[in-house]
Design a binder for this molecule. Sequence first.
Ligand code: NAD
Ligand code: IMJ
Length: 256
Amino acid sequence: MYTIDLSEKTALVTGVANKRSLAWAIALELAEAGARIILTYAGERVREGVEELAAEIPGTEIFECDVSRDESIDQAFEKIGKTAPQLDYFVHSIAFAQRDDLEGKFIDTSRDGFRLALDISSYSMVALARRVVPMMPAGGSMVSLSYIAAQRAVPNYNVMGTAKAALEQMTRQLAFELGPENIRVNCISAGPLNTLSARGIAGFTGILKHYEGRAPLGRNISHKEVGTVGLFLLSDLASGITGETLFVDAGYHTVL
Ligand code: NAD
Ligand code: IMJ
């Protein structure tokens, strides 16, 4: 029988806000495979919800980590280092841009809006990876979350597309640098899913319908399908894959 046994492994998962978060979908699959889970969350606004979720996976610890502040990142890693000297897996599932910048025209993006979107959604990957690497002396694996708008122009996604293009390039650059340390770095480009980050996006229901009509599988993907690919890419099943952006979109990106 073929099984994925992660019972000796520890995973650091960022970006859980609620039960719909893609980070949570990945954490659930990792836990199902036996991994110990450490969650970080953005701040007070989501703390209670994340505490309740963490209680669903025995042994899961949670720490605040606001990636916009170096002090918050440093404090989080000080605490993480005390509870888990070694990490095997790291999940980056964080994105943020000003709402105005996801509604107006891309050409109107302000310097501050551009800076904020790329700071939270892209720079945070390298900032966190830098702290994670010393905790992976025996090697490890990292995954982040992207969207097709990194590679195509998508209405309203605007500066977030710029941020995702950076994130996908960073996947290759980090994979190149960390390969010799036996650390793999990959990215999942997910199809649209109903999460907090998709809520209130103009025409989101229409986007789901559009994907259903175009994707070879004739449907949208599920949260669990992102979770299982996260598990696959992090695990040794994907030991030959690094620097890759893998679409989990029911094949949408393959057709015109
Ligand atoms: P989500 O809102 O549940 O997750 C986004 C997370 O980013 C939240 O947990 C939020 O707290 C966190 N975050 C924002 N600012 C932060 C900060 N300063 N410090 C720390 N954390 C911060 O929504 P999601 O859809 O699960 O998004 C997760 C990832 O998946 C994002 O990178 C998103 O771009 C990507 N993605 C989402 C979709 C989709 O349709 N939902 C599709 C493709 C990719
Ligand atoms: C987001 C904006 C525009 C179009 C969009 C999205 N489409 C999809 C998303 C078509 C699928 C969701 N997505 C992939 C994201 O990465 C969302 C990121 C995001 C969402 C918000 C909403 C609330 C807010 N800031 C945000 N920053 C980033 O204030």
